[in-house]
Design a protein around this ligand. Structure first.
Ligand SMILES: [Zn+2]
Length: 89
């Protein structure tokens, strides 16, 4: 299977996923994903995503809490109008 964006090779890896559920952000560790070794695009199986939703919805252990900064990118774009190449993260 090749990457839909760059045709790179996809490799199976466990990853840390940012996962939105009912308007809240969760960081889920050790999620199986196919990751493109060229552009870094991540592919998750639908059953894995369903399992994560179910896990969050049911009683689960919380490993840690973290604070995240929410920043508006808009003012930055106006000051620095040149936008470089798009990069996957
Ligand atoms: Zn790719």
């Amino acid at each position: 299977m090749f990457c839909e964006f760059c045709n790179g090779q996809k490799i199976t890896k466990k990853t840390k996923k940012q996962h939105w559920f009912k308007g809240q952000l969760y960081i889920i560790e050790n999620v199986d994903a196919l990751i493109c070794n060229e552009c870094g695009e991540r592919y998750y199986h639908a059953t894995v995503l369903d399992k994560i939703d179910k896990m969050i919805n049911n009683k689960h252990d919380v490993k840690a809490y973290m604070n995240v900064e929410v920043i508006d990118f808009f003012p930055f774009i106006n000051k620095n109008s040149q936008i470089g190449a798009y990069v996957n993260v």
